[in-house]
Write a protein that binds this ligand. Structure first.
Ligand SMILES: [Zn+2]
Length: 277
């Protein structure tokens, strides 16, 4: 999908503008610089749009993205919408004054029911509607409604257009700025990979990316086996590393880091401290 922005409105296919005056005026200069991702905790675009447009509801968002990728814009991008609520990230509070809010039509958590699932608002879903995953703010896995590929691709392309137009520096989840109150967009949404792709890989050429970033680590175990595969059955290919050895971390896999010394091999990540390097 190809999106552009003109007069603080999103332009492209399948976009409808239905502007509301539920906003707090224009951003300060240099803002917005952040995008906040949300789910609607509902099942339809029309339901979300009508809720967010009601004068009696103290909430709004810039965009709502349906499961097929169709979009409604409710607030112009130069105006502060009401999607973040009480929120904090690093030294900023009240993220509405810094950010564009994108709502995605998604039910959020689902509970098993019969052959399928049921949402918090009582709608039934088939067995293939859910993914099982552990939320970044929780300990145990549970079920979440899957996002569609159309929705994820569409949102990624929107974020790319916003990034280029407004110099967006952060893409965050509501769950990260209000972790005690909010679960959206939840673990079914590929937030970490999307922001890595849109914000960290910018202007560089992909495959060698992680290697070139050279995340450093230090061995914390007195002796650490160095293997040719990310498993305790991997062949030992080097003298064990000793405590304090510095390594470059190339990638992570199933609890192992691939690291670079003079040779490349695999070590258990439990014994690598990335903070001390
Ligand atoms: Zn939210």
């Amino acid at each position: 999908m190809n999106f552009s922005i003109s007069d603080h409105l999103l332009k492209g296919d399948n976009i409808r503008q239905q502007l509301t005056d539920k906003h707090s005026g224009e951003f300060a200069s240099g803002l917005p610089d952040t995008i906040i991702m949300h789910y609607t905790a509902g099942s339809s675009l029309s339901g979300a749009v009508s809720h967010l447009s009601k004068p009696s509801v103290q909430a709004s968002a810039h965009l709502v993205v349906d499961r097929d990728g169709s979009i409604v814009q409710l607030v112009e991008f130069n105006k502060k919408a009401w999607h973040a609520g009480r929120s904090q990230y690093q030294d900023r509070k009240g993220l509405n004054q810094y950010s564009i809010g994108i709502e995605m039509v998604n039910a959020g958590p689902l509970n098993p029911s019969g052959d399928g699932f049921i949402s918090a608002f009582g709608k039934h879903y088939p067995a293939d509607a859910a993914v099982q995953a552990t939320h970044r703010n929780e300990q145990q896995p549970r079920y979440w409604q899957a996002y569609t590929e159309a929705q994820i691709n569409c949102v990624s392309d929107i974020c790319e257009a916003l990034r280029d137009h407004y110099q967006i520096a952060s893409i965050l989840g509501h769950e990260e700025i209000a972790p005690l109150r909010k679960k959206d967009p939840g673990p079914a949404f590929p937030l970490d990979s999307m922001r890595q792709q849109l914000l960290e890989n910018r202007g560089e050429d992909g495959a060698d990316e992680i290697i070139e970033s050279g995340i450093a680590g230090v061995v914390t175990a007195s002796m650490l086996n160095f293997r040719d595969a990310p498993s305790t059955s991997g062949k030992l290919i080097h003298e064990p590393l000793t405590q304090g050895t510095q390594v470059d971390i190339l990638q992570e896999q199933n609890g192992w880091y691939q690291v670079r010394l003079k040779e490349t091999g695999w070590v258990s990540k439990k014994y690598i401290d990335t903070a001390r390097a």
